[in-house]
Design a protein around this ligand. Structure first.
Ligand code: FUL
Length: 496
């Protein structure tokens, strides 16, 4: 946002009602009343995807047995033998921790296929696991469905084993054949994950992937599936593997700025993390990160599993910044999640439950700018994301005020836009009524699906959320305040 385009309005115009709140208006205020081009909105599939908030990534291949992060494609299938593999254990762990879908590496860069594909001998078919009769993708998709989770698949375009890799059309045919098997033999697939890594093949050649054909294949075979890559088309990478979205995070983006998956430029990470308020397409952010330092299981990392508190931090920096969190858990050589990883996951779920147990703004009297009714019923700001408060259509700012029957103490604030209608709000301030005057205690940029801010506990009987500027009509579906069970945030919180 270009701050030079704002002026502080004169004193008469500078107050909102009797409340004396200084107000920023746009220098070209007349322009804000002019209808603008429609802003991008989500598809039903994108909306469903983002509202799920949490997906679990599962990284398993020959690397699990070689202690590597990237296999070179020369591994023998004979090393793959996860004797006790139980996809039900993965799915139960995910479900119990509040995750709504999973994504399995059906093929990683080493080219080893976790299903008995007809396209190559480099698969479970030639492994000792279940005497070559096993199918990890089948067990995984069955387990997801048994737990009511969506099943997603990762099929690495980069294949360091396939002889045809780097040959052009022949590899694209091979890849499409693999994709077709995965999208036709295993029921409904909710997300297809296309990694951007594009390295050399076995003979040193690189492949030009046929993205239009790849995307068309997914659309034809699984029209409801979300297609992920750095460059979308449905959802985009967050730009880092740390699970951290930009503190300013627009869902919209200019599709030309990241034209294809693996587009490697120094600014791409920053751009993907922040999005673009003027972008023409709706492309929400997927923040992928591992519970361990590596994506795959390594014995030396068994004592480096993220704690429940670390996972909660990730939740704030991804879901709490208008993204979705895709957290990777690596099965060990038995094909099971380690107890430590599951314990962290359970701790993470317990922390979310404790923190979000009770919305302290329930029961408040709500007043809002631009509203005919002096008091909105609190239910306009209920958890239902399709019920929302809207400023008048041409308004570009607004406020909501919450008057509580008694003082509350809170340390976490949640805001959410009515994103089914797009993302418009550029920035907000939060103020408390303190000894006869409004006192600002937090501000932030962008809201989107969900904005979570933490701070040292504050007490208030009256609270105001001021939306300073929207690129379209400001609309809020959610305002909530919580008091977490611990006090560890300190002054370094992320929304000063
Ligand atoms: C990266 C890959 O190279 C990593 O191995 C991992 O699969 C990660 C999710 O994506 O680009």
């Amino acid at each position: 946002m270009d701050r030079r385009r704002f002026l502080l309005a004169g004193s008469a115009a500078a107050s909102l009602g009797a409340l004396g709140l200084p107000r920023l208006v746009r220098a070209d205020a007349a322009a804000t009343a002019t209808p603008t081009a429609p802003r991008p909105r989500p598809t039903v599939q994108q909306l469903r995807w983002q509202r799920e908030e949490l997906a679990m990534f599962v990284h398993l291949t020959v690397n699990t047995f070689t202690d590597k992060e990237w296999g070179d494609g020369a591994e023998s299938p004979s090393i793959f033998n996860p004797r006790k593999l139980d996809a039900g254990q993965w799915a139960r762990a995910a479900k119990q921790a509040g995750f709504r879908s999973m994504i399995l590496t059906a093929k990683h860069h080493d080219g080893f296929c976790l299903w008995p594909t007809a396209t190559t001998a480099h698969s479970v078919k030639n492994s000792p696991w279940k005497d070559g009769h096993g199918d990890v993708v089948r067990e995984y998709t069955d387990a997801c469905r048994a737990e009511g989770l969506g099943a997603g698949l990762y099929l690495s375009p980069w294949d360091r084993n396939a002889k045809v890799y780097g040959s052009g059309e022949a590899y694209n045919d091979f890849y499409i054949a693999q994709l077709t098997e995965l999208l036709t033999h295993y029921g409904r697939i909710v997300e297809v994950w296309f990694d951007g890594a594009n390295g050399e093949g076995p003979d040193g050649r690189r492949q030009a992937y046929d993205w239009p054909r790849i995307h068309a294949t997914v659309r034809r075979l699984q029209p409801d599936a979300i297609i992920y890559s750095d460059a979308g088309p449905d959802v985009r990478w967050v730009g880092n593997e740390k699970g951290v979205a930009g503190s300013t995070c627009w869902t919209s983006i200019d599709p030309a700025s990241v034209p294809y998956a693996g587009y490697d430029r120094p600014w791409v990470g920053e751009l993907l993390g922040h999005g673009d308020p003027h972008g023409s397409v709706w492309r929400p952010t997927e923040a992928d990160v591992s519970i361990r330092p590596g994506w795959f299981w390594h014995p030396a990392e068994n004592d480096k599993v993220r704690t429940a508190d670390d996972l909660l931090d990730l939740y704030f920096s991804s879901v709490g910044r208008n993204g979705k969190l895709t957290l990777s858990l690596p099965p060990n050589r038995d094909g099971l999640f380690d107890a430590t990883d599951i314990a962290s996951l359970q701790g993470f779920a317990a922390k979310r439950t404790a923190l979000f147990a009770s919305d302290l703004l329930q029961g408040a009297r709500v007043r809002a700018s631009g509203s005919d009714a002096p008091h909105l019923p609190a239910k306009v700001l209920e958890a239902d994301p399709d019920t929302y408060w809207s400023a008048p259509p041409n308004a570009r700012d607004g406020w909501l005020e919450f008057e509580l029957p008694q003082e509350i103490e809170f340390d976490t604030l949640e805001l959410g836009e009515a994103i089914a209608l797009g993302q418009n709000i550029a920035n907000y301030r939060v103020e408390l009524w303190d000894q006869g005057a409004w006192r600002q205690f937090a501000w932030g940029t962008t809201i989107g699906n969900r904005k979570l801010a933490r701070f040292d506990p504050v007490r208030a009987g009256k609270l105001r959320v001021a939306l300073e500027f929207g690129y379209g009509t400001p609309r809020l579906a959610r305002v909530a305040a919580y008091r977490g069970p611990d006090r560890r945030y300190g002054p370094g919180h992320d929304e000063k």
